[in-house]
Design a protein around this ligand. Structure first.
Ligand SMILES: Nc1ncnc2c1ncn2[C@@H]1O[C@H](COP(=O)(O)OP(=O)(O)OP(=O)(O)O)[C@@H](O)[C@H]1O
Ligand SMILES: [Mg+2]
Length: 267
């Protein structure tokens, strides 16, 4: 029987919003759920996810700690658009046939490979820095009145990729989820404005908003170690277990449930 993986694309046209961090955590969460996972790095020029996974793969204690890995492929762009798109299609088809879930990390800029990657999504996860500045990839907001004027380029791009799916004869419905990343308790006013604007925009553009991840220093140190919050359950050198890790893991669980990935079953 041909396997048809559930496809999760992590995307936002803005750089540095946490796409690769979220991708890595979703991949490890899905593996821990007993699913087979394929991952594709379309942002292969920067290759954060690829390097994150390589840092994991090359840990000397990988086997001892039982750290799992996905089947990972990076698709770096060359100057040959047609060739690049064909390679991504081919990689994607192979992954989808082999795994339960495929997670695709995309670059923080508009690129033809990113557009094609977005068109594969069953679920699109968009991490957003918790700031009004970052909101403008989704919508143009009138300063002063704080009214949404119109959806902006990324929202339009998602709309276009839904059309691309429909043209290929696939279902055009994509579960689009926006999550606020790096939440802090410091700026209550900004937080309230974001909440209000996102709720308004969600109805107009067609996404849902779920609780995101808090601002935590730990995310930055785990990259070089190739680790995720999920791995910190055990005693790993250099990472003292703390209550803040427990809270962070709970946040991650809520995020996975919010996306609905906890309901996926191995095929
Ligand atoms: N919740 C968080 N708390 C603290 N730091 C975070 C959090 N999420 C991400 N970061 C840090 O923010 C930086 C950007 O994250 P990441 O590389 O995941 O973003 P990105 O959207 O993939 O960026 P790019 O668009 O450049 O690919 C990294 O240093 C990462 O460790
Ligand atoms: Mg990235």
């Amino acid at each position: 029987m041909t396997k048809r993986a559930h496809v999760v694309v992590v995307g936002n046209e803005k750089g540095g919003t946490g796409k690769s961090t979220v991708s890595m955590h979703l991949i490890i969460c899905m593996l821990e759920q007993g699913l087979s996972v394929g991952s594709i790095d379309i942002d292969a020029r920067q290759a954060t996810l690829t390097r994150y996974l390589r840092n994991r793969e090359t840990r000397k204690d990988l086997a001892e700690l039982g750290l799992q890995l996905p089947e990972h492929v990076a698709v770096p762009p060359t100057h040959d658009r047609e060739g690049d798109e064909a390679r991504l299609q081919e990689t994607f088809q192979a992954m989808v046939a082999r795994h339960d879930v495929v997670v695709i990390d995309t670059p923080g800029s508009d690129h033809y490979l990113s557009r094609l990657g977005h068109s594969f999504a069953d679920t699109l996860v968009t991490p957003l820095n918790d700031s009004l500045i970052d909101l403008d990839v989704l919508a143009l907001v009138e300063p002063g009145t704080m009214k949404i004027q119109r959806p902006s380029h990324y929202s339009e791009m998602v709309w276009e990729t839904k059309k691309a799916r429909a043209l290929r004869g696939e279902k055009a419905v994509v579960d689009w989820i926006v999550l606020r990343n790096r939440l802090s308790n410091l700026d209550a006013r900004n937080k309230r404005d974001m909440e209000m604007l996102l709720a308004d925009l969600a109805k107009r553009v067609g996404f849902r908003v779920i609780p995101g991840l808090g601002e935590r220093v730990i995310y930055r140190s785990m990259f070089l170690e190739g680790l995720t919050l999920l791995d910190l359950r055990q005693k790993i050198l250099g990472f003292e277990f703390s209550m803040s890790h427990v809270a962070a893991r709970q946040e991650l669980r809520t995020l996975v449930e919010g996306i609905g990935l906890n309901r996926l079953k191995a095929q």
